[in-house]
Ligand binder design. Sequence first.
Ligand code: ZN
Length: 98
Amino acid sequence: MSGRTHAGACPERTCVGCRERAAKSELLRIVAIKDACVPDPRGTLPGRGAYVHPVPVCLDQAVRRRAFTRALRAQGALDTNALRGYVERTTVAEQATR
Ligand SMILES: [Zn+2]
């Protein structure tokens, strides 16, 4: 941490899991495609996005309170299995490099 703050230069988003604000780059963008939550790590997919920390804890909280369904304005329940698999792989990969 450098202690420098650039207001506006570093966009913040709210994690739909823990509800904490974080730099956009620290969060994983999620979009709904058909009736499934799809991870969009490069932020290139069109449509509404929801942001969550790419960790199982935040994902669990978001799923439990149906935050994705609400944030993405989905009609019904969203399938989060693919998203969960992605987050678990990402978390394991990050831990392996530390
Ligand atoms: Zn979070």
